[in-house]
Design a protein around this ligand. Structure first.
Ligand SMILES: Nc1nc2c(ncn2[C@@H]2O[C@H](COP(=O)(O)OP(=O)(O)OP(=O)(O)O)[C@@H](O)[C@H]2O)c(=O)[nH]1
Length: 834
């Protein structure tokens, strides 16, 4: 039917053809019913390895959706989503940018373009937390790269689709990339389309990408003059009939697709056998799309599409796939919820097809997560939130259940990259921004915000239902591994420097500030050299801070020796009715187990930095759920005061070199007590802070040790360079080489994921893929991946060494593995350095 509709016409405005609804949710062969506004929303992220083409693809998605009329370019620094000066000058994405645009029949895509560089991994992590699905962009030459693998693992809970980009490049290989999706990402790729090339007439006879074969709709999509004459109407759609050179591949790919889907879809299986008589071409595209959607949402398969964003080939089918295969908030996973006043209680949450997620069976409970904070020179602090349940209204009073603060929303906006649009409310599933003067001090990244959906001042009602202690699981911040010492140029510059630094760490919590207690110097630490370079650039050039920067160095930490612990109790005389018994102890397997203890279980609270925890034993005297316990201070504000004092206490550092403490637990024994009429949490904060400091002081120097960051390293090199590179790693860098593998088949693929390797071997891949022949020259068995563990200290400026050892052909990727104790021989050298 679709084919008849397009015959004779030739050229189409793409969305008029693909914008019709063809996907079915209920398993029957019929058109999709968009039954509510929510079902039309897609909250998705674009993720990938650095330089795979995320920003270029995002720019094309915006153009083809009609959101922008002129396409920007990463190379000329005028894209919509990379708007920071540092992003435009360096051509890389640093912060995730959110933008909304429509596609076909009122579908609204809220898209977040994320950074690819490993140093900005936290930026990706906090974004993943609030997304419902992802598009993973792959470079058709490089296949699945290390950062893609990492982000794939981090986003294991999200349905995803893959776009094999850069198919125009020499050496691109669609088939190998699809295989690497199976073997490295451990998923079943299913082909939605495959690339089509024609021999070009240039001297090298290189294949030229001209379009894609759409396996689901059985058509060939050809883009004319894609680069020179960019237009939304340059796409030609022709049916694939038996005379077409792509017919055989299309049929076999469709058979493979149906084969895989029928494993998970009984309705499709009976349609295939009983109605279609085993002829995969007779299965309608509606039925296939429906089945693809269900299997993608269940994370059984990953749809794969191909193209070249730079050359404007294959972008419109990607827009269709986002809408057709990725979840709406109605189908998205339910966030992890907890009740701080009762850690063992399961918080009820269910999805209603009309109103979306309902938490605690209360339609009026609005819960949102603050996932990102930026300071705009004109608009002030802007807090990005995702609303999970209910409606957040402009002017409402909200409660921050993470820190116990109450505030009023000044203004609600929706962002289009750097352009805000004022709105009256944000509903379930939507992403928006809070602005206003009071919010900056009261909200940090990862906080849960609660308000009443109907009443602007409805917190009392929610309190009555014990809903103000509910929380969405916070975002865990990985420990920073590099640091730089900062000093104001003059004493008069100090205040401004401190203000700017506080702004930097509020916006990016993976940056951390600490103080050297001996020298008084300020230390800024972060996830990598580039991370700190960019932070310093923002500090000096954007914020105008006048500072001297020291050398970027590895950020060491201190930890407590295994059996060390110290208990400190409030002195009775000074305690004015307060009683706390606090123990500082190293983390071990045992203390993080949720111990059943007296009246209940330990409350375990991860601190924001450095793998530290607060463990509150159940109170022997008081039970926050008991009607007899009625202190003026809420249980949450007591807990918040203790976590703040623990953070500060552990940040002050250990006895060897005042380095921040890592892997420690602050245990609050169950017999704590506060006067019932105590009104301010500051008293609790001050008492517990001094107890923690005293406990740490009582320990002797030899009860501490120094830790250094150990990194997982992947170096990708040609076989000819492998000897030199591994020699340098073991001798000069003290690396522990774990394995050396072919880039296309990792040992993991052979040993652990035979299932996916077999799947990749059995699926049909297009024989007519001209890219295949050229690609064999550049990748495959000639490329090796050296996997090693190495102290970060030995990898500073490794970029330069690798470039000279491999004539620029080698690549490496490093990510934090763990903090390890430094042995005595190296310790004295390191202590001189810090
Ligand atoms: N040949 C070719 N080059 C492309 C394609 N897509 C992107 N590029 C180029 O690849 C480079 C990186 O593109 P970006 O879009 O910045 O990649 P990215 O993944 O957003 O990069 P980061 O955000 O820094 O990780 C730029 O020079 C682009 O012009 C493509 O389809 N074909």
């Amino acid at each position: 039917m679709i084919i008849n509709a397009i015959k004779g016409k030739g050229r189409f405005y793409y969305s008029s053809f693909f914008g019709v609804e063809r996907v079915v949710l209920n398993g029957k062969n019929q058109q999709l019913r968009w039954n509510s506004a929510l079902s039309k929303i897609r909250n998705i992220g674009i993720v990938a390895h650095i330089d795979a083409g995320k920003t270029t693809t995002t720019e094309r998605l915006l153009y083809y959706s009609g959101k922008i009329t002129r396409m920007g370019d990463v190379d000329t620094g005028d894209t919509i989503t990379d708007f920071l000066p540092q992003e435009r000058s360096r051509g890389i994405t640093i912060q995730s940018a959110a933008i909304s645009f429509p596609w076909g029949n009122n579908c609204q895509i809220n898209l977040i373009d994320t950074p690819g560089h490993a140093d900005f991994c936290f930026e990706v992590m906090r974004t993943l937390k609030i997304l419902d699905g992802c598009v993973s962009i792959l470079d058709g030459v490089a296949g699945v790269e290390s950062q893609t693998e990492k982000v794939w693992k981090l986003s294991h809970f999200l349905p995803k689709i893959c776009f094999v980009n850069k198919m125009d490049r020499m050496g691109a290989n669609f088939n190998n990339t699809v295989k690497s999706i199976a073997t490295k990402l451990h998923t079943r790729p299913i082909l939605i389309n495959f690339p089509v090339f024609e021999k070009s007439e240039n001297d090298f006879n290189e294949p030229k990408l001209i379009g894609v074969v759409d396996i689901v709709n059985q058509v060939f999509l050809k883009w004319d003059n894609p680069v020179e004459k960019v237009s939304r109407e340059n796409i030609k759609v022709t049916p694939i009939d038996p005379e077409s050179p792509h017919y055989q591949d299309m049929v076999k790919c469709r058979e493979s697709l149906v084969d895989t889907l029928t494993e998970f879809d009984e309705a499709l299986l009976s349609e295939y056998i009983d109605v279609a008589d085993g002829d995969c071409l007779k299965i309608s595209s509606q039925m296939l799309n429906n089945s693809i959607r269900t299997s993608t949402l269940n994370r059984n398969v990953t749809p794969v599409l191909s193209g070249s964003s730079f050359n404007n080939v294959g972008v419109e089918p990607l827009l269709d796939a986002i809408r057709n295969y990725l979840p709406s908030p109605l189908e998205a996973r339910i966030p992890d919820l907890k009740d701080n006043s009762n850690p063992t209680k399961e918080v009820p949450a269910k999805v209603d097809p009309k109103v979306g997620l309902i938490i605690n069976n209360d339609k009026n409970l609005c819960m949102a997560l603050a996932f990102k904070i930026i300071t705009d020179p004109i608009r002030g602090t802007m807090i990005f939130i995702r609303v999970y349940s209910g409606v957040m209204r402009n002017g409402s009073t909200i409660y921050n259940s993470t820190n116990g603060e109450k505030l009023r929303i000044g203004k609600l906006v929706k962002m289009n990259a750097d352009k805000p649009q004022e709105i009256d409310h944000l509903s379930t599933g939507e992403i928006g921004v809070l602005t206003g003067s009071s919010i900056s001090e009261n909200i940090t990244t990862g906080d849960t915000l609660i308000s009443h959906s109907a009443k602007k001042d409805g917190l009392k009602t929610l309190k009555g239902k014990n809903e103000l202690s509910l929380q969405i699981d916070p975002i865990i911040i990985p420990p920073p591994v590099f640091s730089v010492v900062l000093e104001p140029q003059t004493l008069g510059n100090k205040d401004h420097m401190d203000t700017c630094l506080n702004r930097l760490v509020t916006e990016d919590p993976s940056l951390q500030l600490s103080k050297d207690n001996e020298t008084g110097q300020t230390i800024l630490s972060g996830m990598g050299e580039l991370h700190l370079e960019i932070a310093s650039d923002k500090l000096i050039n954007d914020m105008g801070a006048k500072v001297h920067l020291g050398k970027i160095n590895v950020f060491y930490k201190e930890a407590l020796e295994d059996a060390t612990m110290w208990e400190q109790t409030t002195p009775e005389v000074e305690s004015k009715g307060y009683h706390f018994n606090i123990r500082v102890e190293p983390l071990n397997e045992n203390n993080l187990k949720n111990h059943q203890n007296g009246k209940g279980k330990d409350l375990i609270i991860p601190l924001r930095n450095d793998n530290n925890f607060v463990i509150m034993e159940p109170n022997e005297n008081f039970d926050p759920n008991s009607p007899d316990w009625k202190p003026v201070l809420s249980f949450e504000s007591i807990v918040n005061a203790i976590t703040s004092s623990s953070l500060v206490g552990l940040q002050r550092g250990g006895k060897i070199s005042n380095l921040p403490l890592f892997g420690c637990a602050i245990r609050v024994k169950g017999d704590w007590n506060i006067p019932l009429d105590a009104e301010k949490p500051t008293e609790v904060l001050n008492i517990t802070r001094s107890l923690i400091q005293d406990a740490l002081k009582k320990l002797s120097k030899d009860q501490y040790n120094v830790l250094e960051p150990i990194m997982d390293l992947n170096v990708t090199v040609n076989t000819s360079d492998m000897g030199k590179v591994s020699q340098d790693l073991t001798s000069a860098r003290n690396a522990n080489i774990l394995s050396i593998e072919d880039s296309s088949t990792t040992s993991e693929a052979i040993n652990d994921v035979i299932e996916f390797s077999n799947y990749a071997d059995n699926m049909h891949l297009p024989k007519s893929d001209l890219s295949t022949s050229s690609n064999n020259i550049s990748r495959g068995a000639n490329i090796k991946v050296i996997k090693a563990e190495v102290p970060l200290q030995n990898m500073i400026a490794y970029n330069r060494t690798l470039r000279s050892l491999t004539q620029g052909r080698g690549e490496f990727h490093m990510e934090y593995n763990s903090m390890k104790k430094i042995n005595q021989n190296r310790l004295s050298d390191i202590l001189k350095e810090i």
